[in-house]
Write a protein that binds this ligand. Sequence first.
Ligand code: MN
Length: 155
Amino acid sequence: MKILLLSDTHGDVLRIDEVLDECGKPDLIIHCGDIDSDCDYIERIIPADVAFLSVRGNNDWHSERPYSMVQELDGIRFYITHGHREKVKTGSDSLIRAAKMQNCTVALHGHTHRPLHTTEDGIQVINPGALSYPVTSYAVLYTDNGKLTVYLKKI
Ligand SMILES: [Mn+2]
């Protein structure tokens, strides 16, 4: 399964279009929050056979999306969150704890606007970065029967 991972697009729909073109068709798009109207935009323009999941960010005051969610995809349990409630700007401790509590082995988040792929305490932590200040980046994930491959991409 091919997953396009985005976060913190902050209203730059032209950049979103650019990423969708460059990335090729995914099976699923995950947006880790900030901002809600971009999620609405993506949901509107993607083909019907591309799935979409999203969470709310700290700038999504009126969002009805959840703060976090757990998804099992291809045998891998993902904890998906924006990250502000887990205080990711000061470290991954709360994020790792939250992922573990949900029996997840992968945590996806945004909020810091810095791309990151690391493994901490047995949990893979992936942040695609932002499509806004200071660098523009996203991630493409491939799952295959419990195996995960991650590509961080600059645009
Ligand atoms: Mn944020």
